[in-house]
Ligand binder design. Structure first.
Ligand SMILES: [Zn+2]
Length: 280
């Protein structure tokens, strides 16, 4: 699946798709509450009110760059809290190649934040060592985000993620730390969107008079546009994440901006009373 924004093309590479196994991440999004939001159905939820969610990477091609935004779960990883995220043997790299994106052709990897499902394919296991998957890429991490996970956590699963999917890329000399309002190239700049994680960033694309916003995990699902207060169990600062959702959605609501989530497909944000809804 792909979208175009002026001269920029955005292609979604799916690693995993699920329906209905989202209660652990959005506990307030019951089937009954979701059925009260008919605009979610069928694109973002089933008739029964079960949420559709994917884990995916977005390849962003500009006239001069080939960028991967977020890198999923990865294969062969260990120490994850979700059992099915350990020792994965998925065909993600083959899927990328089949879509025309050989890993060696990627020149930039950009992580909106450094959570388990956004950094996994930063590395792959080769002869017992974690090496950068995208051998010719500069990896771009937010400085605030990187320093937080390096210095401020001793949760075993978070440490495992850092040690197998972040640190090896740093040790290989491939990482550039940036400010969360920096510009990546002519068409792409960043918007600081803290709350889900301390240094979370969203990606703003502008080309030929058109715009797109890659939200990352500001929301895990469009139901959080209607219920801004439905923070995710993974949000590090649930109060800040509500403020960030309100501010970011207000900025882009009722504009032609294409909005694509870290876990949901593209659409457009519209004002709906005191909150928002999402239209395909
Ligand atoms: Zn995520």
């Amino acid at each position: 699946m792909y979208w175009t924004v002026g001269k920029v093309k955005i292609t979604k590479i799916v690693e995993l798709e699920t329906v209905g196994s989202t209660r652990f991440i959005l506990p307030l999004a019951s089937n009954e509450e979701i059925r009260k939001l008919p605009w979610l159905i069928p694109h973002f939820a089933t008739e029964e009110g079960r949420l559709k969610i994917s884990i995916h990477a977005l390849v962003v091609e500009t006239p001069t760059r080939r960028i991967v935004v977020d890198t999923g779960l990865g294969n062969d990883k260990e120490g994850r809290n979700a059992p099915t995220w350990n020792h994965r043997q998925g065909p993600f790299l083959e899927t990328m190649r089949a879509a025309g994106f050989a890993p060696e052709s990627i020149d930039t990897v950009l992580c909106t934040h450094l959570h388990v499902d956004h950094v996994g394919w930063n590395t792959k296991l080769v002869e017992g060592r974690w090496v950068p998957t995208f051998a010719n890429a500069r990896y771009v991490f937010g400085k605030t985000e990187y320093e937080y996970w390096r210095d401020c956590t001793d949760e075993p699963d978070k440490v495992a993620v850092f040690n197998d999917s972040v640190r090896p890329v740093v040790d290989a000399g491939k990482v550039e730390l940036i400010g969360s309002e920096d510009r990546i190239c002519d068409e792409i700049s960043l918007i600081p969107t803290p709350g889900h994680s301390p240094g979370h960033m969203s990606v703003h694309i502008q080309s030929g008079g058109e715009e797109a916003l890659l939200t990352g995990d500001v929301a895990h699902h469009p139901c959080q546009m209607a219920h801004l207060q439905w923070s995710s169990t993974a949000d590090s600062d649930p109060v800040q994440s509500i403020l960030t959702r309100r501010e970011l959605f207000a900025r882009f609501a009722d504009t032609p901006t294409l909005v694509i989530g870290g876990h949901f497909n593209g659409g457009h944000i519209q004002r709906d009373g005191n909150a928002f809804k999402f239209a395909v």
